[in-house]
Write a new protein. Structure first.
Length: 434
């Protein structure tokens, strides 16, 4: 496990709990290659074998071959190229194209992106895919593609990346900004019939594994996921970003990010979307027998472990790399390895899906195990009153301040847990009702 201090090879500061902060030194410093990995981190995605469950997701961190090489050098087991499009498709980005939700206490929570697809032409990617596969034969390189509604363009592009040497092809039918207004991206991904058609068409012309990346911007993910599998998908990736509007500047009423005073709906990512990604992955894993790659809000090994416990075989990371650099892979590998050892598991397959049997319907939840709020550590309580206000206005009026001390009435407490969640000192917990 990482210890307190600075490791110049990783471009990160390691802190207790595997948290990290960015290294203030220049990012062009040479990074040492990854150390030998714990063999228990190996995982499989159908026919694809991975040294560890971490891949770079399609996006700004995989916009060039150089970025992918650097990530492989640092320890990522795989990468998905930024989405490759036919040369006839115009890609012109705006500036600015990012916006962030910042919390003064915990930093960046959410991130909006209205960046479009790869600006590098097809010939560039054919050269880079071939070169990277030659240089890193033990890593998994996935080519993300998107084309017009013409199925033949998808087929042609898929064949080209296969011939270049890609290990798999990922169909981007899920981008929520820019592309839907052209009749592609999430426009296709929200229609099970269109998803099935494009998947089946590509399956007819390629032999390498076929991945379909799903959009969360649907009412029910299972029919779309099933359509992809019936069309021939070997693996599903979930989720792409959530369509959003980051905010409004109240001084001039410009939506964010403001491009000459205007904006468009964008793709939302970062820690705030993890609950959505976990929900989608668990629904797919519970309904279909297909390998799943989890995506959305993964910034540390704990996030990855949650996705795997929810049914994912591997995970993809994008926003956390944009914020903190690709060097986060070291803490991710070290932390997940230590966790598996602590739990005495044989490896990633032993962790996969551990939580699924515990996720069911609301009606099936037990109601015969009542809990009550308890002040476990009264000496640490600062009597700030947050629990009192929360319980008074959002709960069951079970908490009061008596002579400056928090007092919980167990008869009035309904065990909702609101007080424990707002307690900054974490001195309140729920315990079985006596």
């Amino acid at each position: 496990m990482p210890t307190r201090g600075y490791d110049p090879r990783t471009l990160l500061f390691f802190l207790p709990g595997n948290t990290t902060i960015k290294n203030p030194l220049p990012l062009f410093l040479t990074v040492a290659p990854m150390p030998d990995l714990d063999p228990r981190l190996k995982t499989s995605l159908g026919p694809l074998e991975l040294k560890n469950p971490f891949l770079l997701a399609s996006g700004p961190p995989t916009a060039s071959g150089g970025q992918i090489r650097r990530a492989f050098h640092m320890g990522w087991a795989g990468a998905v190229t930024k989405t490759i499009v036919p040369d006839t498709m115009e890609i012109a980005d705006v500036s600015p194209r990012f916006a962030a939700w910042n919390d003064t206490g915990s930093g960046l929570l959410g991130f909006e992106n209205i960046e479009l697809l790869s600006k590098n032409n097809v010939a560039y990617w054919m050269r880079e895919i071939a070169a990277i596969r030659s240089e890193y034969p033990d890593r998994v390189l996935v080519a993300s593609i998107m084309a017009s509604p013409d199925i033949h363009e998808w087929q042609e592009l898929a064949v080209m990346v296969q011939e270049a040497g890609a290990d798999a092809v990922e169909l981007n039918v899920s981008c929520p900004h820019g592309m839907p207004e052209r009749g592609i991206g999430a426009f296709m991904g929200q229609d099970p019939g269109m998803v099935s058609d494009v998947t089946r068409a590509v399956r007819e012309v390629v032999k390498i594994p076929l991945i379909v990346k799903l959009t969360p911007n649907v009412t029910d993910i299972v029919p779309v996921a099933r359509a992809a599998v019936e069309g021939g998908a070997d693996i599903l990736a979930a989720i792409n970003t959530v369509q959003c509007l980051m905010g409004i500047d109240l001084e001039n009423f410009e939506p964010l990010p403001a491009v000459a005073g205007s904006s468009a709906y964008g793709g939302y990512s970062g820690p705030a979307v993890k609950p959505i990604g976990l929900r989608v992955v668990s629904q797919i894993a519970s309904s279909l027998q297909v390998p799943v790659m989890g995506i959305g809000g993964i910034s540390c090994w704990q996030d990855a472990a949650e996705y795997i416990a929810a049914g994912a075989s591997a995970v993809q990371v994008c926003t956390a790399v944009m914020w903190n650099g690709a060097g986060i892979i070291r803490a991710m590998n070290d932390g997940l390895s230590a966790y598996i050892a602590q739990k005495k598991m044989s490896g990633i397959p032993d962790l996969r899906g551990r939580a699924l049997l515990r996720i069911g319907t609301h009606a099936a939840l037990r109601r015969d195990t009542p809990l009550v709020a308890t002040l476990l550590y009264p000496r640490r309580c600062t009597s700030c009153g947050r629990c009192v206000v929360a319980c008074r206005d959002g709960g069951y009026q079970a908490i009061s301040l008596v002579e400056g001390n928090v007092v919980i009435d167990p008869e009035r407490c309904d065990g909702c847990s609101l007080c424990s969640l707002v307690c900054a000192e974490q001195v309140i917990a729920l315990q079985p009702r006596r």
